[in-house]
Design a protein. Structure first.
Length: 78
């Protein structure tokens, strides 16, 4: 039986090879980056939805149907 398996069976946890402070800093950076990416994604979708009528073959009614579909899908995810 290996050292790690014995530690698990005893209920103790093997020490992490990664410095805890480095993990906390990485998680903060990851959270900030994902928040910035989400903001950028939302801005891109809004810009696309605002300019739907400029696409050939999409009129005002169809544009509103597409917008409603997007809004409904965002409401269902929250």
């Amino acid at each position: 039986m290996g050292k790690s398996l014995r530690a698990i069976k005893r209920g103790s946890k093997a020490p992490s090879p990664i410095n805890q402070e480095m993990m906390l800093a990485w998680n903060r950076g990851y959270s900030a980056g994902s928040a910035e990416q989400r903001k950028s994604d939302i801005e891109s979708v809004v810009k696309l939805l605002e300019n739907l009528e400029q696409i050939e073959g999409i009129g005002e009614k169809t544009a509103w149907k597409i917008r409603k579909m997007f809004l409904d899908s965002f409401e269902n995810k929250e």
